[in-house]
Design a protein around this ligand. Structure first.
Ligand SMILES: C[S@@+](CC[C@H](N)C(=O)[O-])C[C@H]1O[C@@H](n2cnc3c(N)ncnc32)[C@H](O)[C@@H]1O
Ligand SMILES: [Zn+2]
Length: 277
């Protein structure tokens, strides 16, 4: 059964014979050749191409595929599995999934028990790339502020460095549903920031402070490691997948282009919440 609902009238979306999704009111959404569906209405777009652009998405794809964040990915997958322990078939949504690296790793792990994994992002570039490469999860374009997802249909949401919307997450989560958030901890990418700004300001817990009742924290992990990056490509990819790239001057980017190796601190908070009603 699909968890997807029509973004225009909120009726359930079903797969039709014409290889698209349709609702009772005959709103139709084509499935792209890569296998994703675009459920972001034009009136919910604040720009022509919202979300991360092709440069950021391509950089993140190369960086993640090189395995640089795999220690984090392993922790996330393990925590999801631990929390879903007794649940045979779970429905999981990766909200702000980017190019799908984490979504796929979670889907691979959960595929043994008929679970369904969905990934959504507002960036069409990201969702297209995700669907083209990874065939187990179901990908769709949408905004986290208006998820085209039925109420109480999701057992687990993961939100990794992505925007957070408490009301929407609460609406779509089932009773006792869980939410896992990955956010930057104090010293995340300190060495990159120091090359862009005069002074490094440690990250604050802003996202976690915004998680209101009825979400209750049930698990927390601090994940910290130092990356030894070799070669300009890896360093530039990391820069390009962060907001620092867009703050950096041409001269600063040129400085990054000649760095051959760099040690970078990666510092994350992984926090799991449960909806208690
Ligand atoms: C830092 S990236 C993280 C992507 C992925 N979770 C990862 O860690 O590889 C943040 C993502 O949030 C997406 N995003 C930004 N605003 C959004 C919104 N309103 N709804 C859904 N996704 C959004 C961006 O397009 C981008 O892919
Ligand atoms: Zn409709």
């Amino acid at each position: 059964m699909s968890i997807l609902i029509c973004p225009h009238c909120q009726y359930s979306l079903q797969l039709t014979e014409n290889r698209n999704y349709g609702c009772e009111n005959n709103h139709q959404f084509d499935i792209a050749k890569e296998g994703y569906v675009n459920l972001l209405p034009v009136n919910q777009k604040k720009s022509k191409n919202p979300g991360d652009n092709d440069v950021m998405i391509a950089a993140r794809r190369s960086f993640l595929e090189a395995g640089h964040y795999d220690s984090l990915v392993d922790e996330v997958v393990q925590l999801v599995c631990d929390q879903l322990n007794e649940k045979e078939e779970a429905t999981l949504l990766d909200s702000g999934c980017g190019e799908g690296y984490y979504t796929n790793r979670i889907a691979e792990k959960l595929s043994v028990n008929n679970s369904q994994v969905f990934g959504t992002d507002i960036s069409k570039y990201a969702v297209r790339l995700a669907a083209k490469r990874y065939k187990t999860p179901n990908f769709f374009v949408s905004s986290v502020f208006n998820l085209p997802v039925a109420a109480k249909s999701v057992d687990f949401i993961v939100s990794i460095f992505a925007p957070f919307q408490a009301d929407e997450f609460q609406r779509v989560l089932a009773v006792n549903g869980k939410l896992l958030i990955v956010s930057p901890a104090e010293n995340h990418l300190k060495e990159i920031a120091e090359l862009v700004y005069d002074e490094f300001r440690p990250h604050e817990k802003t996202i976690l402070d915004k998680v209101p009742e009825p979400f209750h924290q049930i698990a927390k992990k601090h994940c910290r490691f130092v990356l030894h990056l070799e070669g300009t490509n890896a360093i530039l990819n990391l820069l390009k997948m962060t907001p620092y790239y867009w703050s950096a001057s041409e001269k600063q980017v040129a400085n990054f282009e000649i760095i051959q190796q760099m040690e970078v601190t990666c510092d994350f908070n992984i926090t799991v919440f449960e909806v208690v009603v």
